[in-house]
Write a protein that binds this ligand. Structure first.
Ligand SMILES: *Cc1c(COP(=O)(O)O)cnc(C)c1O
Length: 377
């Protein structure tokens, strides 16, 4: 699905030189490499504060803790997302309220949010799924109207631009009270282990999140509240500093690969290519097709098996709506969200990364097209 090896070969000298420096100084936690990365990312995103932490899931948890959300508070999330988004809500004793998503962009919209609001709603977690921003301006307006916090789950869309109706452009992850991202190796900006970060323009919230990420400690061995231990280490910061310089280039390569897939699959009637959100650029964390033919789930299993035989991976992000996962059974009051159900039964993601060549894509495209041609679809 990704080719980290080829990408590494291109930045190897810088990474090895900088890692050796960390090894020589033995400054493994915090220190100048982590500070440099924090500043570089603040500058890149145009945000006042970046708070590095151990992973994207922690970032979401720390954001909710810093906002002071309390057991019983409801948090609105899309049902079609990675588990981490809703997991931390449940972990903190908050109640995840799952909504459907737009069938084209697969993102939550303001209308979905508004329909889910109750007197207990305290926050919204829009997920910028697969690499493009949810339409934030109307979501932010709903949040303002009802006094709700907004935490952007930006784990899949770092580097994407959101465009307000007046033409102003901002990076995803800097519009809500907090943005949260992950540096898991396969993400668009990935390190060589686990890593994550929060973003905020609010000085008070930044200080709070920084404190919570560090054992609720205001100064060494003085603990103002219960926190967690969530740090980005210096070796990961080295990788992230090296890759951040190339992030726009990596995302542009993903866009070229997506355009190439789009063109090839436009003639396959049984496939719907990814919709582009008019208010966001797309950074194609995933290239996700929808199988529109009847029996899509069965066709998809057959497609997956046929591609696997030819050594081509394809992944189902995500096969089960969150409310149907056993872990979330207690939050499900019955009923189904039709778009989420349809997406879970029809999506299929193809290899997508910064190192795809036309040759590799031609093999993938030809395998997919032959599969559908043989079915007369
Ligand atoms: C990857 C991901 C996360 C969690 O990030 P980790 O670093 O793996 O903890 C959260 N939300 C979404 C949408 C993700 O894709």
């Amino acid at each position: 699905m990704v080719d980290l090896k080829t990408q590494y070969a291109k930045i190897q000298p810088e990474i090895e030189r900088e890692m050796r420096e960390v090894l020589d100084t033995c400054m493994f936690i915090g220190g100048p490499k982590v500070n440099a990365f924090r500043e570089n990312l603040e500058q890149y995103l145009g945000v006042k504060h970046v708070i590095p932490c151990a992973n994207g899931t922690d970032a979401l948890q720390i954001a909710m803790m810093a906002l002071g959300l309390q057991p019983g508070d409801e948090v609105v999330v899309p049902a079609f997302t990675y588990v981490a988004t809703a997991e931390v809500i449940a972990l903190l004793g908050l109640t995840p309220v799952m909504t459907d998503v737009d069938p084209g962009t697969m993102n939550i919209t303001a209308a979905h949010v508004e329909a889910a609001i109750t007197p207990n709603t305290k926050a919204i977690v829009p997920v910028h799924l697969f690499g493009q921003s949810a339409d934030m301006e109307p979501i932010l307006a709903v949040a303002r109207k009802h006094g709700l916090y907004v935490i952007e789950d930006n784990a899949q869309a770092i580097g994407a631009d959101y465009r307000y109706r007046n033409g102003q452009k901002v990076k995803t992850g800097v519009m809500g009270q907090f943005g949260c991202t992950s540096f898991f190796p396969s993400k668009n900006l990935g390190c060589y282990g686990d890593g994550g970060a929060l973003m905020t323009n609010d000085d008070v919230l930044a200080a709070k999140a920084r404190m919570i990420a560090n054992h609720g400690q205001s100064k060494l061995y003085y603990h103002d509240e219960i926190g967690v231990n969530s740090r980005l280490d210096a070796l990961q910061a080295v990788v992230l500093n090296a890759k951040l310089k190339h992030l726009d280039e990596y995302n542009a390569a993903r866009n070229r690969a997506a355009d190439y897939y789009d063109q090839a699959f436009s003639q396959v009637k049984a496939l719907k290519t990814p919709a582009r959100e008019p208010h966001s650029t797309h950074v194609f964390h995933q290239y996700t097709l929808q199988i529109t033919a009847p029996n899509s789930a069965q066709l998809r299993d057959e497609l997956k098996a046929s591609l696997a035989e030819q050594g081509i991976p394809c992944m189902i992000y995500y096969p089960v709506p969150l409310y149907k996962q056993p872990a979330f059974a207690r939050y499900w009051k019955g009923g189904e969200l039709p778009v989420t159900e349809a997406l879970c039964a029809s999506v299929c993601s193809l290899p997508m990364h910064s190192e795809l060549t036309n040759d590799i894509q031609d093999q993938i495209i030809s395998a997919v097209k032959s599969f559908f041609a043989a079915k007369g679809l």
